[in-house]
Design a protein around this ligand. Structure first.
Ligand code: ADP
Ligand code: ZN
Length: 675
């Protein structure tokens, strides 16, 4: 008989209930149906395949016993295990460690194992040691692995980060396209369960088609993470460093990540923070492996509260108490941003995601797109692209970058912009953004307001710039789509530059019709481009042309507003927003005093957790999450039953840590009573 999913969830992971979407996906898998789960990072995708994997393995174990009982001795029953295909080695190590802690029997198979170790793992798997095995995608082509797969029973193949099959996104991995062929040559077709945090319609279609999912049950859970505050601040390079320094100093006990776009930037910022006495770690692919893992460890076990890193950091880090993620540079896409920022507040407690950017960042991003292969340092193998694939990847990246730029420039709700990007219908009234296909930038100055982002909380003035907007669109039309932004600005402002005169642009009707500053003209141009009135081509030397909505600009009733672009105003507004947010969320001291949570007891349990974690050589959150500790403070469990009822406590955790924690709680209560 199959154990109920809820029972498995409770016994291994200690959770009382499934999160939205999890139950339906688990149910569909156990009913034998392929699934596609689209969930934001941190929503709990792993549980969706781990619970079925464990339930299926337990069922098989029982089946075997029955076979033995039936005196069916000698007939060797093939081992049953679930395969999880995942592109990241670091993810596997962590997941396997966490599953072991929960009392499961996991393994991984990738090229970090020596050939000898690989043989041992496969042999043990054949003998039924494991319930679940993580496999790197390129291992599926290994003849030894294929031979192994033919001898065991594989009821379920889970594909993590399934968007890697699509050339339309940014993480294309050629080895993912061979997954379907691998599955097809298995003796029995398993249920195939695909998971991703990338939700654009195009990528979703690619996943279903290329993985050959069979009429999958598809579930897209809400991308909204209400506990996350989103902020955008346009700052010069020096001001960014000062901002980060002030921010981390304000929260010495909180854990946070600062992402930079290059290794050089990581090193520079890290050195600056260290010089200023901040306990910071750093991480990028250019560091020796030993230093990388030491730094990662220092951050994960809370020895260093701040981690300065490139995007190579974090894929496999399930540290739930990250209180802020600051982006020191512009990320390459909304997906990348949402994934990285989403590492904040996985425990559901308030957390902040702040993006610092400037025009220089954009130039660097364009340069990076032109220069580099589209694989980050976290990739395990040299999953190489052909020339054609590379060209397509670059074009995609330009498109995605433009939408990222739109996020920085929008005057509308930041959360709304992202949700719309991910295809959520946040608010149809007044929303101008794309729904589904992110073909045009989503900028909705009116409409959806979340009340927890810098644009909703800020006091940005909306300035009416209708005549200027119309002049720009008219001028762009006259110039015939052959010139860049600088020329357009020069023509409008009546410049006598050599290029203008040489091309006879001073003959155009629009020549010299505008009085506003060059910066103001550029700001309005950017917004016009973001909302589809003009277009700016991709590439390093973008050319300005008319957009699909150009005609609207000359119609009666057209109006166009701009978020105040005067620097002083913007700074003051950002400061005001910051003050309000700090008051709303509270800084360290205010935050520890949560209703019903005794700060002193919490600190004691935290120290105990750190001690036990160091002893077991695991990160503290693997022992218990902050949320679990807080629940203990509130409930003060004194019996095994009460301890089991704490969210995040399973049987294994009770057996291993229950006594120690309950003793600490009892001792604390005695102390309080004695006072
Ligand atoms: P994802 O893979 O979607 O990024 P994870 O699977 O790593 O997310 O889960 C994120 C966090 O949520 C983990 O700490 C996990 O233990 C926790 N979690 C998952 N499911 C539940 C649940 N049903 N109840 C409480 N916490 C959960
Ligand atoms: Zn908002």
């Amino acid at each position: 008989m199959q154990a109920s999913p809820l029972d498995v969830l409770k016994r291994y992971f200690g959770y009382d209930a499934f999160r939205p979407g999890q139950e339906a996906l688990v149910g569909a898998i156990l009913a034998g149906r392929d699934v596609l789960g689209v969930m934001p990072t941190g929503a709990g995708k792993s549980v969706c395949y781990q619970v079925p994997a464990l339930a299926l393995a337990e069922e098989a174990d029982q089946g075997e016993k029955t076979a033995v009982d039936d005196a069916n001795l000698g007939a060797s029953v093939p081992a049953t295990l679930t395969l999880v295909i995942s592109p990241l080695v670091s993810l596997m190590g962590d997941q396997v460690r966490a599953l072991k802690e929960a009392g499961a029997r996991p393994a991984y198979f990738n090229s970090t194992l020596t050939p000898r170790q690989q043989d041992v793992v496969l042999e043990r798997a054949r003998r039924g040691w494991y319930q679940i095995m993580y496999v790197a995608p390129e291992r599926l082509q290994d003849p030894r692995f294929q031979a192994f797969a033919a001898t065991v029973r594989i009821p379920l193949v889970a594909v993590d980060e399934a968007h890697c099959v699509s050339q339309w996104g940014q993480d294309f991995r050629p080895s993912y396209t061979a997954i379907a062929a691998f599955i097809a040559q298995l003796p029995q077709r398993p249920v195939v369960a695909a998971f991703t945090a990338t939700a654009t319609a195009r990528v979703r279609e690619d996943i279903v088609r290329i993985l050959e999912l069979n009429d999958p049950f598809t579930l897209v859970t809400g991308f909204d993470r209400p506990n996350l505050y989103f902020g955008v601040e346009e700052l010069g390079d020096n001001a960014k460093t000062a901002r980060v320094l002030a921010y981390v100093r304000q929260r010495p006990a909180e854990s946070g990540v600062v992402y930079c776009s290059t290794r050089k930037a990581v090193d520079a910022l890290w050195e600056e923070l260290c010089r200023e006495g901040v306990r910071a770690a750093r991480y990028h692919a250019g560091l020796p492996a030993a230093e990388r893992s030491a730094m990662q460890q220092a951050f994960v076990v809370d020895d260093c509260p701040v981690m300065v890193a490139t995007n190579a950091f974090g894929m496999g880090i399930d540290k739930s108490n990250v209180r802020y993620v600051i982006h020191y540079n512009l990320p390459e896409s909304i997906e990348a941003y949402y994934q990285e920022a989403g590492r904040a507040g996985r425990d559901g407690e308030p957390a902040q995601c702040i993006l610092l950017w400037n025009g220089h960042d954009l130039a660097i991003r364009r340069y990076l797109i032109d220069q580099t292969e589209p694989h980050g340092g976290a990739a395990e193998d040299a999953d190489a692209l052909t020339e054609e694939q590379l060209a397509q990847a670059r074009a995609n990246r330009y498109r995605l970058l433009k939408l990222m730029e739109g996020y920085c420039r929008t005057a509308g709700c930041l959360r709304g912009y992202m949700l719309r990007y991910f295809g959520e219908d946040v608010d149809t009234a007044g929303a101008e953004g794309p729904v589904g296909d992110p073909g045009a930038a989503g900028s909705a100055p009116v409409g959806y307001r979340c009340g927890n982002c810098s644009n909703c909380l800020g006091t940005f003035e909306e300035v009416d710039v209708t005549p200027l907007a119309q002049a720009i669109v008219r001028c762009v039309g006259e110039m015939g789509g052959r010139f860049g932004k600088t020329r357009v600005v020069e023509v409008l402002r009546g410049s006598e530059s050599e290029q203008v005169l040489h091309a006879h642009l001073d003959d155009l009707p629009s020549y010299g019709t505008v009085r506003e500053s060059a910066a103001q003209v550029r700001a309005v141009m950017d917004q016009l481009a973001g909302r589809g009135f003009i277009s700016v081509s991709d590439g390093r030397y973008p050319v300005v042309g008319l957009g699909p909505r150009a005609a609207e600009a000359q119609q009666a009733g057209f109006s166009f507003a701009l978020k105040s672009s005067r620097k002083q105003d913007a700074r003051a507004a950002a400061r005001a927003a910051r003050a309000r947010v700090d008051a709303l969320l509270g800084t360290d001291d205010a935050k520890r005093d949560r209703p019903g949570v005794d700060a002193e007891l919490f600190e004691e349990l935290r120290a105990l957790r750190k001690e036990l974690a160091d002893e077991a050589q695991v990160p503290p959150y693997v022992v218990f999450s902050d949320a679990a500790l807080r629940a203990m403070c509130r409930r003060r469990p004194a019996t095994d039953e009460e301890f089991l009822a704490v969210p995040g406590v399973g049987e294994k955790k009770l057996a291993r840590y229950g006594e120690t924690f309950m003793a600490a709680i009892a001792q604390y209560e005695d102390g309080v009573r004695a006072e």
